[in-house]
Design a protein around this ligand. Structure first.
Ligand code: PDD
Length: 289
């Protein structure tokens, strides 16, 4: 398995980052996970845009937005060389503020960022897509810049582990009585015949899949509202699902031990799953043309 590290393609087993790397010491960096289907990236532009926004927000120098498409080309070469050009895969792209003696404040702007790209096969959880996943809610103890896709994921790690220990696939974050997003996904619900997802704020990640699903819902003529989902609304939810690059549209059939709606895959979720699959297939065809 080859990876890209700071300008070179190397065997993953031989790839090494300095112990002074600020990603290691401080979680001082950003990342993206990009979906690849039959060798074609899905929504790559949106991912690179979010990466550029994150780099700017954290003031990580040394990697201009204009250089990001070149990194995507490298990532796609890795997909080919790692024999992942058939079926589903992911690209993992991480940029940290680089290696420098440990001080909290930024090192000199001349410190080169650490750039790492890896690829992996993606196994989509088919049974969960068909029958729905179990989820829990958990207090959102994250910082106030969850809109930045930072590698600093400790609350997400702890929440996901809490889910796993409860026999669940995802942990949904709740702040001040309202859902923000989840350990590694965004959240949608069908409430009072409307598709709802929390509006974008600094308290949740602007998911690329979320944006695609909102567009598809509009195309399907569904009633959609970017509006807070309060915990007190959840007993009225007929459907609940989460979205992410790694899971597409994943239904949630049970939340905190209670069945969601009828406890089966609901019609809105099903339509959006089908529309999403069609959008993905279309992007693959367009990329191949
Ligand atoms: N996570 N919210 C959080 C906290 C996330 O970590 C993710 C994605 C999402 C969904 O974003 P997108 O649709 O752009 O993938 C929402 C990735 C997949 C991860 O950390 O592995």
């Amino acid at each position: 398995m080859l990876v890209y590290l700071n300008g070179r393609l190397v065997e993953k087993a031989n790839a090494a980052v300095s112990v002074d790397d600020r990603g290691f010491l401080f979680g001082d960096g950003v990342y993206e996970v990009i979906r690849v289907c039959d060798g074609r990236p899905f929504e790559a532009g949106a991912h690179l845009e979010r990466l550029a926004t994150g780099l700017a927000a954290l003031e990580i120098p040394g990697l201009a937005p204009g250089e990001l498409p070149g990194l995507l080309d490298v990532a796609l070469e890795l997909v080919q060389r790692n024999e992942l050009a058939r079926g589903d895969a992911t690209i993992y792209l991480q940029v940290t503020r680089g290696a420098a003696p440990r001080t909290h404040a930024f090192p000199p702007a001349s410190t080169p960022p650490t750039i790492y790209i890896a690829t992996a096969p993606l196994t989509r959880p088919h049974a969960l897509h068909e029958h729905g996943a179990v989820a829990i809610t958990t207090p959102d103890v994250r910082w106030a810049r969850c809109d930045i896709k930072s590698v600093n994921l400790l609350p997400n790690v702890l929440a996901k582990q809490q889910a796993v220990q409860a026999g669940a696939a995802e942990a949904i974050f709740v702040r001040d009585g309202a859902i923000t997003d989840a350990a590694s996904s965004n959240v949608f619900a069908v409430i009072d015949d409307e598709l709802r997802t929390p509006p974008l704020t600094n308290y949740l990640l602007p998911g690329v899949t979320r944006r695609v699903v909102l567009d598809l819902a509009a195309e399907l003529g569904l009633a959609v509202r970017e509006q807070p989902i309060f915990v007190r609304d959840l007993p009225r939810a007929a459907e609940l699902f989460v979205t992410a690059t790694t899971v597409d549209v994943l239904p949630v059939r049970q939340l905190d031990g209670r069945a969601v709606g009828a406890g089966v895959l609901g019609p809105v979720t099903r339509r959006l799953q089908a529309a999403f699959a069609e959008r993905l297939a279309g992007a693959v065809r367009a990329g191949a043309a």
